[in-house]
Structures are given as structure tokens and as C-alpha cells.
Unconditional design. Sequence first.
Length: 389
Amino acid sequence: MSIWRRMTNRLSSLLRGRHLVRILAPVVVLLLVAGCSRGLRQESWPGMIAVGDTLYAANLEQVQALNAQTGKVYWGFPTTVDPKVGPFYSAPVLAPDVGANGLLLIAGYTDHTVYALSLGASTTEVPDVLWQFSGAGSQYVGTGTVASNLFIIGNGDGKVYALHLEDGTEAWTFSTGDRVWGTPVVIDNTVYVASLDHHVYALDLQTGAKQWELKTTGSVATTPVVVGGDLWFGDFSSTLYKVDRATGEVVYTFKADNWLWATPIVRDNILYFADVGGSVYALDTATDSLVWSAPVSIGDSVHGRPALNPDGSLLFVAGYEKGQIHVIDTATGTLQSWGKPIENPGRLPGDLVTDGQLLYTQPILVAARVQAFDMATGDLVWSTPEPSQ
């Protein structure tokens, strides 16, 4: 299949370092199943957000609203599954101050379309489509962000689109040299966005004009994390960057064991990040020094963003291939016992999401689409659809 050769060659050129075959295989399989294997269930990196007692989940064929405590599905968009519309991989984005009850922004993979759903007074109400934007040239994989009455999102056509929230018309576009899979980050009047073209860009929020660009040694699929006056992000050359967000100058770099896909998470100036080889790190962003004497190995690859419990004492990391959650004591860097292994858990490519009490996952290649675990005990609280369905 020609797309297999193209994807393999493309990723082989992006990835450098050890364990190439072991790391490359699961990524290529996901891309193939997501994009070119007709007749197979499409799978990729599903995303969701927790808003109060509601989960909004890009649940492949539909975007769904679920009760966060029980997993009950309130509604799905589209109301009837349409292969010409789905699947949905990009996590929904809420614009709470637009319209009477807020807008939910979702982006489709197959139909290359952004939809603005006008939410009802109750979460259970099926929303109406306020507007849709079909001007992009390729698939939406990454998630967008809302700022200054704009919805800003990257696309597989290599462009960043800024859309007016009231009607979906274009405010501006910016072209990179390759696909944009990470989420744009807005601080003050600047948009920071990474591209697979080996660059990170700083753009003016109102006009999209480029303020600076930084060339990296590998493609960047992650979302930059802001800590004070700096941006932190990793690339496919296994390099973690600390960049002055005002100037685009590299302040510090760290070489991980393998390439960096997952977006880091930060708390109290400690940056937690993982490479696809399964090494998990804690780095003090004030001193640019590692907190633990050595990275923690979970024995599985990591593709999704980790999560922290409310007091920051435990770090939760999803193992992709084995589909298990691993828990690390952030003070000591030691693995903790948590819950019971799930039989046939599927795989966990996406970011972990939490509301402080429950930890939510979106497994793939199994019947379950969304699962909720008690953060304290690791017990499975609910799964949807139920195993019997």
C-alpha cells in the first residue's frame, strides 16, 4: 500500500535514536487504521474535556455529552452516525461566554469541518449547529483553543485557522510547512503553535502576523506548556526545549531517552513529561535540574499527556500498548500500587483527563469508549458502553 510506504518513510525521517522499529510500529498502525484501511474501525487519538459534571468526548463516530459520574450518554453529534462526517479525534472546546449557554467547538477528521454547537440550558438538551466552517484542506487531529472571541485551530493542511466565534468566518490564517497536530496556546496577545515542519511559531493574536519562529531539530507534535516567561515542549528528536516566549531564543535543552510526543504537565514549577519509550521525568523549571535521580520506566510507550491528583502527590501515566495506568509518587519518583489490571484493556493513546475525583480514559481497539476510575483507589467506577452491550 503506497500510504504505508509514505508514512513509514516520513516517520523514519522524523525519528532518530534507539529502538526505532519498536517505537515506529504502533504509530504507523494507528495512522494506517485511522486513514487508509477501509472496512476497519477507525482509531486514533481521541480527546475529551471535563466541565463540571459533564464530559464532552470526541468518541470517534460522534462527539458525545456524558454524565461524568455515571457515564450516561446525554446526546451525540451527529444524532445519526454518518461516515461522511466522523470520525472525531480533536477534543471538543468550550466557549462558555458565547450565546445563551455557551458554544461547543468540534472538528471533524473526514469532512474537514469545524462545527459550533449552541448548547442548551440543560446539558441533556441536544444542541443546535450555530455555524460550520469547511474551508480547511485536510483533517483535524489536534485540538483548538478559544481566545479573544476567536477559535484557533491547526489543520493537516499545514495552516492555523482563526475563526470568529459568532459566525465561523475567518479572521486570519497562517501557513506552516507541514501538519499542525498540537493545540495553539495563547498568552496575552500572542499565539504559540508547533508544526511538524520542525518549527514553533509565535503569532499575533489579532492578525496572525508572525512575531518569531524557532527551528527545532525534529518535528513537534506536542502542545507548548507555559511556565512564567518560558515555553516548554518536546520534539521527535528526543529534545525538550525551554524557550523565551518573548524572543523565541532557546534557554535550555534536555535530551530524553526517546522522542517526545505527549504534552507535559506542570505544577509548582515542576514539569512532568514522558517519552515514547516509557521513561517519565520530573524537571525543576527554575533550576533546569531533574528532581528524581533517574527517570521512572513504566515498561510501555507513552503517547498521551499525564495527569496529577489534586494535591500533586501522584502522577498518572497511561501506557499505550498495554493499556494500563501507572502511578508515580512525585516526591520520590517511585511507582505505586493502584487498582487492578483490566483484562483486555485495549490501548491508551490519548491524554488523561480528571475532575479531581475521577480519572477518565478513552481506550481504543475494545468495546469500551470512555472509562472512569476512582483516583484514590484505582477502582473502575463506570465504563461506556457497558460490557454487556
